[in-house]
Design a protein around this ligand. Structure first.
Ligand code: GLY
Length: 420
């Protein structure tokens, strides 16, 4: 078996003796793997790598945070299908299929629940334009071999009595489920801790490169962590790490999403029994009901750079559109408003696996699908870290498809120290 960056190695044995970087003088002891970013993508990578016997350090000032703290947690491979994203659909479906087993394993490993709920989704139309849009989506789903059922407005309301009387029709998608991203992150954090992952509660501020390969990172507290392999999983911040050679800078940008959380009092339950969503005035609105009474309403999609302000306009538009869909929503307590940043890539698909810089791998750019793609990302990254190769399903998502993220394994110059 070829182990990336090493001449030997047994993925089943603890590889503290195998690492090329035994530690930095004056710094931390080295690990086989340093994961930069402790959001759900970094955590699942760390957990899966540790399960394969690698020693793993995660650098993040607030592990378990990131975009998952805001996300609604829809596992919407079918209802979020878009034209031109057929390749991504394959990865999304593979990850959706993995979810039940993944959650069972994670809950057993962590001793925590994730809020995974096999409730399905109903996508509805409020006027004739929405109806035409939904008909198009249905045709695309059928061409793609996906399961969805067209319902009349009356049938939609029979399923979800809180829907507005004017609903014109909808699509019932029984396979698009949900998970609670905050509980998922907490479970991943606990599973990592139990698997021996070391957490450094500081930001990575600069990648270290020596002899043409990534060797670790300098953290915000001034210490240096050495590693045989480095996984950059810093979400929308992934392209901002200093020290990245230009050729491997991941082309990710932040796409702002504002999300609301309401609470369904027990007397109102069940308010909704499944995720309900619609396109209203060209914008997507979705309502995700949790079993614990939380109702998540999302989400705006805004190209606003690094801005995470919750705006009156954003909250107004979400409530206005959600109210058109489910008028009774205005009776519910509004308990939280938040904005997060989706890490978007030029083709809306993630960047996974080795880059042109030996020792540096990416796990970023998951855009709208980070929660959905968590299981398959963990598997793919663990495979890449132990064998140097991505599994078949993840190969189309190698960073080399973008010139700026390492199109070819060209010799990479050792960079001078850079600032972000
Ligand atoms: N996948 C839902 C969102 O990005 O808003």
């Amino acid at each position: 078996m070829r182990v990336s960056g090493r001449t030997s190695g047994n993925p089943g044995e603890s590889s503290g003796t195998l690492g090329r970087t035994p530690g930095i003088p004056g710094g931390s002891p080295g690990s086989d793997v340093l994961v930069i970013g402790g959001g759900i993508i970094g955590l699942v990578t760390a957990w899966r790598a540790a399960q394969r016997g690698l020693t793993v350090t995660v650098a993040d000032p607030d592990p378990g945070g990131g975009a998952a703290r805001v996300a609604a947690g829809m596992l919407a491979a079918v209802t979020e299908l878009h034209y031109g994203e057929e390749m991504l659909l394959g990865l999304n479906l593979a990850s959706a299929a993995r979810y039940p087993e993944f959650v069972a394993e994670l809950e057993a490993a962590s001793g925590r629940e994730t809020g995974f709920r096999t409730c399905g989704t109903l996508a509805v139309a409020l006027d004739s334009d929405d109806r035409a849009h939904l008909r198009e989506l249905h045709a695309l789903q059928e061409r793609s071999g996906l399961e969805s059922v067209w319902l009349s407005g009356r049938e939609c309301r029979r399923l979800e009595p809180m829907l507005a009387p004017g609903v014109r029709g909808g699509l019932r998608v029984d396979g698009d489920h949900q998970v609670d991203p905050r509980r998922l992150a907490a479970a991943l954090l606990a599973a990592c801790e139990r698997a021996g992952v070391v957490f450094r509660r500081a930001s990575a501020v600069r990648l270290t490169v020596s002899g043409g390969r990534a060797t670790g990172a300098v953290l915000g507290d001034g210490t240096e962590v050495g590693a045989d392999q480095v996984v950059l999983a810093a979400g929308s911040l992934s392209g901002r790490l200093a020290g990245l050679p230009e050729e491997v800078v991941p082309p990710v940008r932040p796409v702002k999403g504002q999300v609301l959380r309401l609470t369904v009092p027990p007397a109102y339950a069940p308010f909704l029994s499944r995720t309900v969503r619609a396109v209203v005035r060209g914008g997507h609105v979705y309502l995700v009901p949790r079993e614990n009474g939380e109702l998540v309403v999302g989400a705006t999609s805004e190209e606003m750079g690094w801005d995470t302000t919750v705006t009156a306009g954003g909250v107004y538009e979400l409530l206005r559109d959600a109210h058109e869909l489910v008028p009774g929503i205005t009776e519910l307590p509004l308990t939280e408003t938040r904005a997060g940043l989706r890490p978007a890539s030029p083709d809306n698909a993630p960047l996974l696996g080795p880059t042109a810089l030996p020792g540096l791998l990416l796990a970023t750019g998951h855009h709208r699908n980070g929660v959905l793609l968590t299981p398959v990302t963990g598997d793919a990254m663990a495979e890449a870290l132990t064998t140097g190769e991505l599994p078949e399903v993840a190969r189309p998502f190698a960073p080399g498809r973008f010139a700026s993220a390492g199109a070819a394994p060209v010799p990479v110059p050792v960079p001078q120290e850079q600032s972000a």
